[in-house]
Design a protein around this ligand. Sequence first.
Ligand SMILES: Nc1ncnc2c1ncn2[C@@H]1O[C@H](COP(=O)(O)OP(=O)(O)OP(=O)(O)O)[C@@H](O)[C@H]1O
Ligand SMILES: [Mg+2]
Length: 467
Amino acid sequence: MGEERVSKSGERILVVDDEENMVHFLTKLLANEGYGVEGVRSGTEALERIKEMSYDLVLCDLRLPGADGIEVLKAVRETLPEAAVVVITAYGTIPSAIEAMRAGAYDYVTKPFRAHEILAVVDKALERIRLRREVQYLRRMVEQRFGFGGLVGKSKPMQEVYTQIEKVAAARGAVLIQGESGTGKELVAKAIHHASPRRSDPFVVIDCGAIPEPLQESELFGHVKGAFTGAIATKRGLFEEAHGGTLFLDEVAELAPSLQAKLLRALQDGEIRRVGDTRVIQVDVRVIAATNRDLDEEVRQGAFREDLYYRLTVFPIRLPPLRERREDIPLLVEHCLGRMAEEADGKPKRLSPDALRVLTSYSWPGNVRELEHVLERAALLSEEEVITERDLPPHLTAPQNELAVTLPEDALGLPGTTARIIREVERELIRRALARTANNRTEAARLLGISRRALLYKLKAHGLGRS
Ligand SMILES: Nc1ncnc2c1ncn2[C@@H]1O[C@H](COP(=O)(O)OP(=O)(O)OP(=O)(O)O)[C@@H](O)[C@H]1O
Ligand SMILES: [Mg+2]
């Protein structure tokens, strides 16, 4: 059977027997079956061969000159752990065959045997090896396919992220996750927590960008009754809430300068103080911080403390933007549509090939979050089971680099021109960010890499009120 030949080709067998006739008989028989076969006549030779070559199966006589069958067996288990060993034993030495089985032989055959008997044993042993390899392969595929801890992606940059998550999970130092808006920073923080020894303790999130400066300290460290107007009762801060677990400081670049100093102290000494309190409290908290800003640049500009930056960045993780891992887009689409169907108790919608092409060639400034929004909207719009290009927002197919400003020839010479152009560009970027996030200002601000506060200010300045 031709097909069987193909599957057998490439499988290598080593025959070890001190009788020349036996070696000759077995090598010929197995070679006829399409296996790659070698024969040797002593245990010592066998030990040399397995050091140099890889075999899938070793067929080995038990009683041998030099090293005996058991020694060969042990050496195979050690150097070729995936290979199977079948021992050949003379009638009357079955107890030693049993001993070989205990030492890890796959099976034994007793002499004298017929050709079909030995072929059946060899076939069975190799079949088992094939199955085991297949299982390993599938397991790897599954792991790659579904990613890690809720993260989807099998691209090389994501595989690297998974490796980093595993590495930092066991450690104690702070982690700084940097990446554009919507790249999955919070998901990664959760994945680290869940892969860490702290997984059964709390994972506490604080979005530094969403808390007004005067409240940041009491949020993080708590306060005692009467510490300030409105402090009607003593309250524990998030550091205390996270005791034993992980504190995720999202948008860490938005932390007020005075808080940066206090956070540094908490990280260095593992001690905090509630607002209005004189006592210090010991906390055991693993801090994971995230930002979509270039924190290095913020440090250079003096907006972020350098010493805190170094404290936070013991383990830096950079998340790749979606446009740098486009091969993950089909997987993410499948994942999102599947989840949406589950929530709606329905059947997942599919994407037409054209629509998928649009999605894989778009630049995704809002990364995975933007992709999710586009799919949610498209799923609502499409009346059929299949989402087509028509259900996708027009800006996905429009050219992306033109701006509604033209530069005058002599732009730099004219007073006020540069400022005007920058204003125009800024206005256009804000308009697009709002369009892309369905007027969600918090998300638009993230997309633009500015604080929500800054965005509100700019909206006013540009006269872009709520529409
Ligand atoms: N690799 C991924 N696999 C599956 N879903 C993802 C992945 N990355 C991000 N997401 C999804 O995209 C959305 C945004 O992710 P997340 O909130 O973690 O991003 P972020 O980097 O924190 O964004 P921002 O800077 O805007 O806060 C979430 O709904 C998340 O589930
Ligand atoms: Mg986030």
